[in-house]
Design a binder for this molecule. Structure first.
Ligand code: ADP
Length: 258
C-alpha cells in the first residue's frame, strides 16, 4: 500500500480560507472555508440566496475580499492578485459575447486584452475553437449560434490564456435539457483530457454525479463538503435531491426564523 505524506499531497488549486462578506447589515458569507484539489470537476451548490454569487464575485475579483483570504494555485488574491488571476478562467452567468462580431473575432479581441500578440492570439484562438468543436463556425456571427454553442465559445474564451482553474457560474441556465446535458458532459471531458480544475456552480442537482466533490452553501455558510454520494450516506437519503432537501431544511431549523 502506498502512503501519501502531507508533503507529497498536491497543493490545492483553490483555497477559500475563512472568508466573510457583508452587504451593509446583511451577512452574506460567514467564515466560509474549503479547498479544491487540482484537476477534476467540483460543484458548488446552494439554494437561492445561499451566497454563491457573492463567493464567485470574491474569487473573480469583482468584489474585494476584506475578511479571510482566497488563494488560486497558491497565490493570494489579496497579496498577488495578478499571479492569481492569470491562473483563473471564468464563464459568468450573464453572457458577455459581442453578438455582431464573428466567433473568431470575439476570441481575438479577448486575446488582445490578455496581451497576446497577433500570431499567438490567432494560434490560441484556432486551438480553442478546435477543442470546442467550433472550427466550422469560426467566421459566423455569434448571433447565429445556438445557446449551447455560445456557451462553448465562452469556455474557449475563458481558456485562451491556459488557466489552471475554470469557474462556470450557473453556465447551463437558459439552455434546454439536452443542451444542458451536452454542456455538462463537455466540461467533464475538458477536466479529464486537459487536467483543468473546474468549479461548477448550480442549483440544478441533476448536473451532479455521485462521485463529484460538492460544497454546499446555505445561509452564507458551508453546510457540507464531501462527495455527492457521501451526502446521501450521512443524511440517510437515497438521492442527492433528498439529501440536499434534508441538509438545507436542517440548517434553516437550526437558524430559526429570521
Ligand atoms: P446566491 O447566488 O446563492 O443566490 P447571493 O450571493 O446572490 O446568493 O446572495 C446572498 C445574500 O446576499 C442574499 O441574501 C442576497 O439578497 C444578498 N445580496 C446579494 N447581492 C447583494 C447586494 N449587491 N446588496 C445587498 N445584498 C445583496
Amino acid at each position: 500500500m502506498s502512503v501519501t505524506t502531507p508533503a507529497e499531497r498536491p497543493a490545492p488549486m483553490l483555497e477559500v480560507d475563512d472568508v466573510s462578506h457583508r452587504y451593509g447589515a446583511l451577512q452574506a458569507l460567514e467564515r466560509v472555508g474549503f479547498s479544491l484539489a487540482p484537476g477534476g470537476f467540483h460543484a458548488l451548490l446552494g439554494p437561492n440566496g445561499a451566497g454563491k454569487s457573492t463567493l464567485i464575485a470574491l474569487i473573480t475579483g469583482l468584489l474585494r475580499c476584506r475578511s479571510g483570504d482566497i488563494r488560486i494555485a497558491g497565490h493570494s488574491l489579496s497579496r498577488h492578485a495578478r499571479q492569481a488571476r492569470r491562473r483563473l478562467g471564468v464563464v459568468f452567468q450573464q453572457p458577455t459575447l459581442d453578438l455582431d462580431l464573428s466567433v473568431r473575432q470575439n476570441l481575438l479581441y479577448h486575446a488582445s486584452l490578455h496581451g497576446l500578440g497577433r500570431r499567438q492570439a490567432r494560434e490560441r484562438s484556432d486551438r480553442e475553437l478546435a477543442r470546442q468543436h467550433l472550427t466550422a463556425r469560426a467566421d459566423d456571427k455569434v448571433r447565429r449560434l445556438n445557446g449551447g454553442h455560445r456557451r462553448r465559445l465562452e469556455i474557449a474564451r475563458a481558456l485562451l490564456h491556459d488557466p489552471a482553474l475554470l469557474i462556470l457560474d450557473e453556465a447551463s441556465v437558459g439552455l434546454d435539457t439536452a443542451s444542458r446535458q451536452a454542456l455538462n458532459e463537455h466540461v467533464r471531458t475538458l477536466c479529464r483530457e486537459r487536467g483543468v480544475t473546474v468549479l461548477w456552480t448550480t442549483h440544478l442537482l441533476d448536473e451532479i454525479a455521485p462521485e463529484d466533490p460538492v460544497v454546499v452553501l446555505c445561509g452564507g455558510r458551508v453546510i457540507a463538503d464531501s462527495r455527492a454520494q457521501a451526502l446521501c450516506h450521512h443524511t440517510g437519503t437515497r438521492t442527492l435531491q433528498e439529501a440536499f432537501g434534508r441538509l438545507t431544511a436542517d440548517h434553516s431549523l437550526a437558524e430559526g426564523p429570521p
